[in-house]
Design a protein around this ligand. Structure first.
Ligand code: FES
Length: 105
């Protein structure tokens, strides 16, 4: 397993998200209450990037059909989403944010 440096902490404010590349895999990185979390970037319902969604109360709302996911657990919270998101381990070292590579590369 490899930790990939994906961002600096100052790149995201609280309740913001961005898509980052983790060994060729698109991951949505979020900042909530000064903690960082990561999920798959693609919604499980259709083709939409969750990093372009609305982040509030620890959830992200998909920009396409407004399905919501719990960012910490990936749990699908309301229709039309029914399939949970995969989450990814995140660590912070100083100003650097790392995500554990989902590909194990
Ligand atoms: Fe995300 Fe439909 S694409 S809710």
């Amino acid at each position: 397993m490899v930790w990939i440096k994906v961002a600096s902490a100052q790149e995201l404010s609280n309740d913001e998200a961005k898509t980052v590349d983790v060994a060729g895999y698109g991951v949505a990185l979020y900042r909530i209450d000064d903690e960082f979390f990561a999920t798959d970037s693609m919604c499980t319902h259709a083709t939409a990037l969750l990093s372009e969604g609305y982040v509030e109360d620890g959830c992200v709302e998909c920009p396409l059909h407004q399905g919501r996911f719990d960012i910490r657990t990936g749990k699908a919270m309301c229709a039309p989403v029914t399939v949970d998101l995969r989450t990814h381990a995140v660590k912070r070292e100083g100003d650097h944010i790392y995500v554990l590579s989902p590909a194990g590369k």
